[in-house]
Design a protein around this ligand. Structure first.
Ligand code: IMP
Length: 201
């Protein structure tokens, strides 16, 4: 079964392919000649993941899946959420995004936040959604140099380190994205959920 993953990231493609078995062939956007920017006009992670996957399905005719992730801060009513990448502007600059977040949180004691990933899997026009959540809190300043995006200012629950200070394999084991992808893979393979240490995405 061919499945298109709405990404051009070879590393992500290889990770997912490695988790599936020989019944599946995972293709990237480049493999199907898709060079356009996929539409992401929704106001929720679900709507965006869904829009990307259905766009691929209808325009290119492949069964496929797409993911969307956001940082949801409780005291900010779920901001930046679906706008996480472009919180501080269209430049999608992580440093500026974190600076804006820390500025908005300056007087706020409730630091609770979570990363949430939603995957939309569309096969034969039928959609299934998979969700992965990593709970934690927003630090008062950035720490660490690993990872990407908001990792330096996010401390996952149960850890004294920020996501950017955790070894990549450990972050991936507990991350929103890892959880969501393991759920989808387990579903596709018809197995109970895959153990956390088999994916490093
Ligand atoms: P995307 O949907 O995976 O493109 O994620 C949207 C935005 O959320 C990214 O541009 C980052 O700012 C942020 N983000 C997503 N995943 C992570 C993560 O694991 N750590 C830190 N920031 C993330």
């Amino acid at each position: 079964m061919e499945l298109v993953f709405a990404t051009n990231n070879r590393h992500k493609l290889a990770e997912i392919a490695g988790m599936l078995d020989s019944r599946f062939r995972v293709l990237g956007l480049a493999d199907i000649g898709c060079t356009e920017e996929l539409p992401e006009e929704g106001e929720t992670l679900e709507a965006n993941a869904s829009q990307k996957a259905f766009h691929l399905f209808h325009r290119y005719g492949y069964d496929c899946f797409a993911d969307d992730t956001g940082l949801e801060v409780e005291a900010l009513g779920g901001e930046p959420g679906v706008y996480s990448a472009r919180y501080a502007g269209p430049g999608k600059d992580s440093g500026e995004n974190m600076a804006l977040l820390l500025q908005k949180m300056a007087e706020i004691n409730n630091r609770r936040a979570r990363f949430r990933t939603v995957i939309s899997l569309v096969r034969g026009g039928e959609e299934l959604l998979f969700e992965g959540i990593a709970e934690g809190e927003i630090l008062t300043s950035g720490r660490g140099s690993g990872g990407f995006g908001y990792d330096p200012v996010f401390r996952p629950a149960g850890y004294d380190l920020s996501f950017a200070e955790l070894p990549a394999a450990e972050k991936n084991r507990i991350s929103h994205r890892g959880k969501a992808f393991r759920k989808m893979v387990a579903y596709l393979l018809g197995e109970p959920e895959i153990p956390a240490d088999t994916i490093t995405m």
